[in-house]
Design a protein around this ligand. Sequence first.
Ligand code: EPZ
Length: 427
Amino acid sequence: MEKYVINGGKKLSGEVAISGAKNAAVAIIPATILADSPCVIENVPNISDVSMIIRILYEMGASIRPINKSTIEIDTRRIHTPIVPYEMAKHMRASYYLLGSLLGRFHTAKVSMPGGCDFGVRPIDQHLKGFKALGADYSIEHGMIDVHADSLIGSQVYFDVVSVGATINVMLAAVKAQGLTIIENAAKEPHIVDLANFLNSMGADIMGAGTDVIKIRGVEHLNGISYSIIPDQIEAGTYMAAAVATRGDVLIKNIIPKHLEAISAKLEKIGAQIEEFDDSLRVSVPGELVKTSVKTMPHPGFPTDMQPQITAVLTLAKGTSIVTEGVWDNRFRYVDELRRMGADISVDGKVAVVEGREKLTGAPVKATDLRAGAALVIAALAAEGTTEIEDIYHIERGYEEIVNKLRGLGADIKKITIPGGVVRKAL
Ligand code: EPZ
């Protein structure tokens, strides 16, 4: 079993470079299935969710050639099956993007029901509604989703709820369909725009990505290209939050400031000073941290994937803060772990009330999902004393080289391996 051991109380300072966006990479890599020739993808983050999706393509017959640490060439021409093995797909939610890309290419796909973070129901009814609108039929048996279409015809799709996954999956299924597809109430996240840019560079005809109406005119062929993935807005936000929680002074490099507007605005309300440059920003804390209210919303609102991290900051902000989760049903499971560190948080459904405290204290805690784990790292960096974080595999799904990046900012963090399972002990 592996753990992070963090001795907190040190101000983070220095520079950190942000990696490629996880949620763009896990969409763009499956999208290479639609290409008639090899693609070279740059700025690929070295995280387990991405290595998993690459492994799945490889097992399905794609050839993968690493070019350097963050660049791979993917040739999917020899993919021989539209069936994704349950054993592999069950570990990650983003495997459902293989449905859209395999359907788009083969007019058939069989993928296991999605896995991923455990914070409430994670339905796919809107994905299936979109596939049906394009002329596909589907069935769900033995944990597998089976979709098939004799032909894919462009259509109008209105999403009952804003869904990143459903927007991406319908784009993937529609880019080679016959005729015009119009997606209404589409998600507008940066990774949606990144995927649309990638597909358009390959020869697709997609307009309106980043707005709530996306128009896709089907094309015959998509050619392989070289493409660089956008920087990860949530990784950047996580390091911004860590800088604020430790009252540090950090330069966050390789970012797109526009993608961070909602995060920067909220951290400034809490007391951060943020200086923006072309592809970097500097976060420092001149005074004290003060309470605020946050409601997570689809982009351009405050991102739900930053909710646990901002809550960790607010446990140290003077006054009473209110955090409302506007996207997921139950994304406060990590609060129990923060309480073990002295946080004063009460949760009622989708609302958490946070009473700021002078300090947190180190404790043994467990990551319950990817961003919850990030929140525990932030709390541990700010806390007095030592924190041990278990189940760090959640964190390593989405944060490349997090230990080295934090050590580069002066954090006292190390990753240790415990043989077998050791009973959790009070520190
Ligand atoms: C993506 O998940 C992200 N994952 C999530 O990030 C992120 O929290 C979420 O978008 C919202 O931004 C990836 O991109 C791999 P949704 P996704 O479909 O696509 C409901 C992380 O930390 N819904 O936008 O699964 C759903 O229940 C992860 O990187 C339906 O009702 O999220 C939720 O309440 C965690 N029916 C809301 O919509 C559907 O068919 C938003 O879900 C689909 C979704």
